[in-house]
Design a protein around this ligand. Structure first.
Ligand SMILES: NC(=O)c1ccc[n+]([C@@H]2O[C@H](COP(=O)([O-])OP(=O)(O)OC[C@H]3O[C@@H](n4cnc5c(N)ncnc54)[C@H](O)[C@@H]3O)[C@@H](O)[C@H]2O)c1
Length: 467
C-alpha cells in the first residue's frame, strides 16, 4: 500500500476547478480539488471529513460482513473489479460464509478468512489487515459494525440506511472524524444511469434554478417482508415498532445530489404524516393460516408515509415511503426549477420554451423522453463501464458502477463521492419522520452533521470522468 502523501491535500486557492466536458458539467478527476477544510486541518476529534482523500494504494484489501442477498451481490461486483482482493467474509450462517469463500476462490483469488462464530465475530474481521469493510447486514447491526471497522483503522462502506436513530447518525460522524476513516453509505441509486445523467443536466443549468425535488421508495415488499428467509427474518419487525419512513435513502440520495446537499445547501427541517396501516396486516391475514405467529403481529407503520423536507436555501423535497401496497415500483426521482422539470418512471423531461426551432409561440406541454438528451449527458462512467455494468446486472448496472467507482477512488487516492455527512443526513429522515408523525406532523429540525461546513460548495467527485 502506498500513501499518496500530500497528493490531494489541497489549499483553498485550488478549491473547485470545474472542467467541463462539452457543456455537460462533468469533471475530470484530476481537477477535482478539495476545499481547505480537510486533510490539512488539525486532526482533532471534530475536524471534518469533507474533502479528505483516501490514501492511494495499488490494491484494495476488502472484508465483507453479511453475505445474504445483498452481500452476495456486492461480492460478485467487487470480484469483477481489478486489483480488489476479498480477504475476509463474515456471516452468522457458516454455510453462507463457505459459499462466499467459494465464490471468491472460483474467481481465482485465494480463499478469504471466514468468520461465523456468533453475532460479534465481525470484530475479529475488523482487526485484520484490510483497507475497507463492506457491511450488508440487518439495519440494527450497521452502526456497531461500522464503528468497529473505523476504530480498527478501516474505512467502512455501509448498506442503506446507514443508521436508524439520530444518536447513531452522530456516532458515525464522530467516529469517522476521530479516526480519520471514511464511512460511506452504499447508495447505489446515486449511480443509476438516469440519475447521473440528470445530475449533469442540473449542473448544466437545464432546469434553471432548482426549487423542488421528489424522492421515494415505493416498492411492494409484502412477500419479502413475510418470507421465512432473507429479509423476512428481520425487515418486518421495524413495522411493529416505528411509524415513519423506514427506508429513505434510495430516493433521497440522488435528489440530495441534484440539490448539492452538504455541498452548498442542507436539509433544514421536515414534516411528516403517515396513512393508516392496512396493507401488511391484510396480506398476512390473507396468506397465513390462523395458527401462524405472524397472525398475532401488530403493525403500526402507516402504509404510506409522506414527508416534506425544507432546505436551508428554501427548496422543498417531497419524500415518500410505501413498501406494503400493491403497486409498480417507483422512487419518484424528480427535480424541477425555473426552466423545466425531470420526472422519472418513465424518465422524461420538460424544458420551457423551444429548445431548437422557432422562438415564438408557446411550447406544447409534452414530455420528451430522456433518451433525447442521452448523447450529450450520458455520464462518462456509464459510457466507459456501462456495458460491463449492465452485464453484471445488479439493479440495471448501478451497483457495479457504484462499486467500481468506490474501488477506483480507493486505488487512486481520491476524495470519495459520498461521505459520512451524507450517510447521516440521508438516514436521519427515519427518526425525524417518526417523531413528526407522533407529533401530528410537527416540524423536526435536522442536526447540522457538517457542523457549519454545509455551505462550502464542493463537487461530488463521484461524477468525475475517469482518466
Ligand atoms: N442498496 C440496495 O439496493 C439494497 C438491496 C437490498 C438490501 N439492502 C440492504 O442490505 C442490507 C442487507 O440486506 P439483505 O437483503 O442482504 O438481507 P439478508 O437477510 O439477505 O442478509 C443479511 C445477512 O446478514 C447476516 N447477519 C445478521 N447479523 C449478523 C451479524 N451479527 N454478524 C454477521 N452476519 C450477520 C445474516 O445472516 C444474513 O446472511 C440491509 O441493510 C438492506 O437494507 C440494500
Amino acid at each position: 500500500m502506498t500513501t499518496g502523501k500530500g497528493s490531494q491535500e489541497i489549499s483553498r486557492r485550488s478549491f473547485i476547478k470545474r472542467t467541463a466536458i462539452g457543456s455537460s458539467g462533468f469533471l475530470i478527476a484530476n481537477d477535482i480539488l478539495s476545499p481547505d477544510l480537510s486533510a490539512s486541518t488539525p486532526k482533532s476529534a471534530n475536524s471534518t471529513m469533507i474533502g479528505v482523500p483516501f490514501e492511494a494504494r495499488e490494491r484494495v484489501r476488502l472484508g465483507i460482513i453479511g453475505v445474504g442477498g445483498r452481500g452476495t451481490s456486492l461480492l460478485q461486483d467487487l470480484l469483477a473489479v481489478e486489483k480488489v482482493e476479498v480477504k475476509a467474509v463474515c456471516d452468522l450462517v457458516p454455510e453462507k460464509v463457505a459459499k462466499a469463500q467459494k465464490t471468491v476462490t472460483d474467481s481465482g483469488q485465494a480463499e478469504p478468512q471466514g468468520f461465523s462464530k456468533g453475532e460479534f465475530d465481525f470484530k475479529n474481521l475488523t482487526e485484520l489487515e484490510l483497507d475497507i469493510v463492506y457491511i450488508a447486514t440487518p439495519w440494527n447491526w450497521h452502526v456497531p459494525m461500522a464503528l468497529s471497522a473505523m476504530k480498527n483503522g478501516k474505512h467502512a462502506a455501509v448498506e442503506v440506511p446507514a443508521c436508524t436513530t439520530l444518536q447513531e447518525c452522530w456516532d458515525l460522524v464522530e467516529t469517522s472524524e476521530a479516526t480519520r476513516k471514511h464511512c460511506i453509505i452504499l447508495e447505489n441509486c446515486c449511480y443509476g444511469s438516469t440519475e447521473m445523467m440528470v445530475l449533469g443536466m442540473v449542473r448544466d443549468g437545464l432546469f434553471g434554478e432548482i426549487t423542488h425535488g421528489e424522492a421515494a421508495y415505493l416498492h411492494d415488499l409484502r412477500s419479502i417482508l413475510t418470507s421465512t428467509e432473507g429479509e423476512g427474518l428481520w425487515r418486518r419487525f421495524p413495522h411493529m415498532k416505528r411509524d415513519g419512513n423506514l427506508y429513505p435513502t434510495h430516493g433521497l440520495g440522488p435528489v440530495a445530489h441534484y440539490m448539492d446537499i452538504n455541498r452548498g445547501d442542507r436539509f433544514d427541517y421536515m414534516v411528516s404524516v403517515s396513512s393508516s396501516e392496512a396493507s401488511l396486516s391484510a396480506y398476512v391475514r390473507a396468506n397465513f393460516a390462523d395458527g401462524d405467529p405472524k397472525r398475532a403481529e401488530k403493525y403500526i407503520c402507516g402504509d404510506m408515509n409522506t414527508s416534506i423536507i425544507k432546505t436551508q436555501k428554501g427548496r422543498t423535497i417531497l419524500l415518500q415511503h410505501d413498501v406494503v401496497n400493491p403497486r409498480p415500483y417507483s422512487r419518484l426521482n424528480s427535480i424541477s426549477g425555473t426552466k423545466g422539470i425531470f420526472a422519472d418512471y418513465p424518465p422524461r423531461v420538460f424544458i420551457d420554451g423551444p429548445i431548437d426551432g422557432p422562438k415564438d409561440g408557446p411550447k406544447k406541454e409534452d414530455w420528451e423522453n430522456i433518451d433525447a438528451f442521452r448523447d450529450k449527458y450520458e455520464h462518462p462512467l456509464w459510457k466507459t463501464t456501462g456495458e460491463l455494468a449492465r452485464k453484471m446486472g445488479g439493479h440495471g448496472g448501478m451497483d457495479y458502477i457504484m462499486n467500481y467507482r468506490l474501488m477506483d477512488c480507493l486505488k487512486r487516492g481520491l476524495v470519495p463521492d459520498i461521505n459520512v455527512y451524507d450517510a447521516a443526513a440521508w438516514s436521519a429522515p427515519t427518526p425525524l419522520s417518526e417523531t413528526s408523525v407522533a407529533q401530528n406532523g410537527a416540524p423536526q429540525k435536522f442536526p447540522d452533521f457538517t457542523r457549519g461546513k454545509w455551505n462550502v460548495h464542493w463537487d461530488s467527485p463521484g461524477f468525475a470522468l475517469q482518466t
